[in-house]
Design a protein around this ligand. Sequence first.
Ligand code: GLY
Ligand code: MN
Ligand code: MN
Length: 511
Amino acid sequence: MAQRWVSAWHDVRVSEEQHKSDNRGRPVTEEFRAFVATDWAPRTSAKPVLAEVAPYAAERRAAVSAAFPGERLVIPAGGLKVRNNDCDYIFRPHTAFAHLTGLGGDREPDAVLVLEPLDDGSHESILYFRPLAGRATEEFFGDSRYGEFWVGARPGLADIEGELALSARHIDEFTEAVGKDVGSTGIRIVRDADRELTQALDALREGSAGSTESELLREADDELAHFLSTLRLVKDEWEIGQMREAIKVTANGFDAVIAGLPEALERGRGERWVEGVFGLHARHQGNGVGYDSICAAGDHANTLHWIKNTGDITDGDLLLLDAGVEVDSLFTADITRTLPVNGHFTEAQRKVYDAVFAAQEAGIAAVKPGAKFSDVHDAAIRVIAEHLHAWGLLPDGIDVEATLDKEHGQYHRRWMVHGTSHHLGLDVHDCALARREEYMGADLAPGMILTVEPGLYFKADDLLAPPELRGIGVRIEDDILVTSDGCENLSADMPRTSTDVEAWIANIPKD
Ligand code: GLY
Ligand code: MN
Ligand code: MN
């Protein structure tokens, strides 16, 4: 049984590699093999850079262990994803894996965390991964995907044990260990982390004596994924620290974009320039961007997820920049500022901006323990509706209450179709598997971090919008921590009022 399951998983991975023709190979002589393996300095062991997160990750695993006693829990990091031919995307581990191990960016492709049930009802945490190969192996010099000559040195088993305070084993031991008592020990896997591994494990579980129906297996897996997603609803002290760092360096990225605005205008293709400038700082000060930056000038701001960033920026435009740095631990900020690129809002731009600001203030004021998550949106959207009504944009006979009516109103959504808030953390839209009653319908609790991001969007071709508002799109987005008696705006250092935004642009020396 174990043998069949071993080959099932490995075959899929390996067969993809073997389909490529060997048209660029070099001869590997015995002489070269012997020569390349010798005369290297002793390896130095990796620094325990993650020691700080280890106790927090252990506490998270303990919560998972308590929820699933007696069951084997499989949380893969996922593998490298092909971008084209033999080039992979930069690796990013599955979020649940990152959360439970503390391993951040670029670590460790093909690793699998297993919570192995123990007799006393607890679990042993074991990280199976592909450790650094010895210098006498073909991998050392010949494996362009994993070899040290090609992609650099990876940690060894002892490095990981020292760094993360859990057990580490070679990935080659994984299949045997996981399949050894299938049928008598319940096994759950995080399904979306590693497609091939999940398929192979499905085949193993379904084929085992007394097999469970695949539907039930899936439900059991989904229950695990749901638990892991909601485990992140309330952030621990270390996570909050990481979020503060992500927000701090994101602010630096916005400063750099402002410094580069004249150049962005002058060069043309300015949205691309802005994306690059922010990306440079994200990569320099963190792991990279936490999501594709939205660098939307003029009417592009009215396309909510404008990530093409292919446009020009011209004098008089507003630039809506929605961007966040993901720090090395993979926690990300998610911040939006809408900037008049020449430093001054027009009257019409300011009118829209100030309305959005008022809505955001109302939303932030609603963030406190015991309030419902949905109260934040309700507070912000009421202010949006009030402004639209005051400006005469709602249909005749529709007042604020009528448009806010959830059954028969909602006319205001034409100009703000999205929600005001989402949880934020390792994923930009964090805790995505939480059920509605655990998310929108849940009480806010200290340690939660959410965005408050109202907007108003008047498309250039919107015939219901007054001509002077057409082509104006504004969003203001901040990252808010729920505290014991209210909230803290973690991104409050970044100017938010129209006056402060103008002063910000004026005060940053330009490149
Ligand atoms: N950046 C995507 C969002 O604000 O949700
Ligand atoms: Mn957001
Ligand atoms: Mn955003």
